[in-house]
Design a protein around this ligand. Structure first.
Ligand code: BG6
Length: 502
């Protein structure tokens, strides 16, 4: 554990400055997370939140909205004591962050708060705004001398999407690095804050029964599914330029893939872990025209039924053109060409308006020869290890035992330690863990630039392919599990997508 602490600054006294203080993310995620951190006594003693917004608000009116948001979205019921404590830390500050002349006054305001609250000049700048504003705000911070200050720390938190391709991501990164050093930039991928994602390393590296067979000799294939019943809702404008590739694959899925496939790091230092994750992305097989033709399936949902209710197709959603060619579904088969994984396929899929909301990683082990316990009507089920991310959280394991009701039969026994937790129940929400880590200066659960770069290098080729082809969209009905070709992708290999019911 000492290794880990080396990364970490233990003085968390600071001002958290949220750009986008009246936005959706602040209300739904950041403020409820701060509330729960306060409840768990994890908020620093000396701490202030400055929420920046364009609108005029009285402090009371702003806090009332935040109270209501916490009431609605917090995993714990709001209690007066804790709210009083948090409320005392929250300050609304009106600023149009596009106007550079306002930054000087903000600086003075923060310095005054420093004196009142003993926050020591430490700053956590959280950009909860649309990505087109990232660079402007960072310039504002730099020009006004707020980005760095002698004897205190400044950290910058960037929400996804980090660029829209390798070129724009590199340009953004260059601009950020002119102002903040790499170790002060926290690129959020909220999946990394989820309990079961953090559990991947523990399951692998603290259980000899798993790690000793975690390779191409024993594993037949690995499947990663992030499926959602939700459609794009009111986010059509954003999604139209993003699609499932940029929204889910380039970040969440590639991060999960890295954790599942990486080598054990030499220690738990942030950079040791990130370097191993990076190697996985670098070992993804070449994305050749042949690969694209055979191994990638794009989809877009048409109208259909979700839980018995009719829902419109993607092209009928708000701010989506009626001839949109944006993908709302991707399935893919890929290989990681290193000694551990060569030959073992990874199947990944994600989509909106699918029949289930479920995120899980299925590890299918190779089957033993069907010689001893075999009748033509009995097929031996493989061993499956399933890491259930949501809505169930936990581990499922399937193995074969004797079926006492038959002569020589076998039956698959299912061991399931997961619990159903649609909002992750009372386990800390991803943002709580992530904000806490930023306050401690621990970047382990955030992506380093070279990881983002490697992910874009692969994603770019897939996106270019999707854009260059005329697809037969829509090609799956809302409420199904995606296009038929996604099933064919595995059937062709004699495999199928697993979905383990609760
Ligand atoms: C976000 C995507 O990053 O992740 C959304 O932009 C998606 O489109 C969401 O719905 C899924 O996250 P979660 O935590 O609800 O699985």
């Amino acid at each position: 554990m000492m290794d880990k602490l080396e990364n970490i600054s233990l003085d968390m006294s600071s001002i958290m400055v949220i750009f986008g203080g009246t936005g959706d993310l602040t209300k739904r995620k950041l403020m409820p997370a701060l509330y729960n951190l306060a409840l768990d006594n994890l908020i620093p003693e000396n701490f202030v939140v400055v929420a920046i917004g364009r609108r005029q608000y009285s402090q009371e009116a702003y806090k009332k909205e935040i109270y209501e948001a916490i009431e609605k979205y917090s995993r714990n019921k709001i209690s007066d004591d804790i709210w009083k404590r948090l409320e005392g830390m929250i300050h609304y500050y009106q600023l149009d962050f596009l106007h550079m002349e306002g930054y000087g006054a903000l600086k003075e305001y923060l310095q005054k708060l420093d004196q009142g609250y003993n926050t020591k000049g430490n700053r956590l700048y959280y950009l909860a705004v649309a990505p087109e504003y990232f660079e402007t705000i960072v310039s504002g911070l730099q020009d006004s001398g707020m980005a760095v200050s002698e004897g205190s720390w400044s950290r910058l938190v960037i929400e996804k999407p980090f660029g829209k391709d390798l070129k724009t991501a590199s340009a953004l990164n260059k601009a950020l690095l002119k102002v903040f050093p790499e170790k002060s930039i926290f690129r959020i991928d909220h999946y990394l804050g989820k309990e079961m994602i953090q559990n991947i390393m523990v399951l692998r590296f603290c259980n000899s029964i798993f790690e000793s067979i975690w390779n191409n000799k024993f594993i037949d294939n690995i499947q990663i599914t992030l499926a959602e019943k939700l459609g794009v809702g009111t986010r059509g404008g954003y999604y139209e330029h993003s699609g499932a590739m940029r929204d889910m694959i380039q970040n969440h899925i590639f991060q999960i893939l890295s954790l599942v496939a990486m080598e054990p790091p030499v220690n738990l230092k942030t950079d040791s872990i990130r370097s191993e994750k990076l190697k996985v992305l670098e070992a993804i097989e070449d994305i050749t025209p042949e690969f694209l033709k055979n191994n990638v399936v794009f989809g877009q949902y048409g109208p259909g039924f979700i839980d018995g209710s009719f829902v419109p197709g993607y092209r009928q959603e708000l701010n989506v053109p009626p001839d949109s060619m944006t993908e709302t579904f991707v399935a893919m088969k890929l290989h990681i060409n290193n000694f551990r994984w060569a030959g073992t396929p990874f199947y990944i899929r994600t989509g909106k308006r699918l029949g289930k909301t479920s995120a899980e990683i299925v590890v299918q082990f190779k089957s033993l020869p069907n010689i001893l316990y075999f009748k033509d009507y009995e097929i031996q089920e493989p061993n499956l290890l399933v890491l259930k991310i949501q809505p169930s959280v936990g581990v499922f394991f399937q193995f074969n035992t004797r079926d006492f009701s038959s002569h020589n039969g076998i039956v698959a026994t299912k061991m399931d330690t997961s619990h159903y937790s649609p909002t992750q129940g009372n386990t800390p929400e991803a943002y709580e863990r992530l904000i806490y880590d930023i306050l401690r200066g621990d970047g382990t659960l955030f992506s380093r630039w070279d990881e983002v770069e490697a992910a874009w290098t692969v994603a770019d080729k897939l996106i270019q392919y999707r854009e260059s082809k005329k697809h037969q969209f829509p090609n799956y009905d809302a409420g199904t599990m995606g296009p038929i070709r996604s099933f064919e992708l595995l059937a062709r290999d004699g495999r199928k997508w697993w979905h383990i019911e609760n």
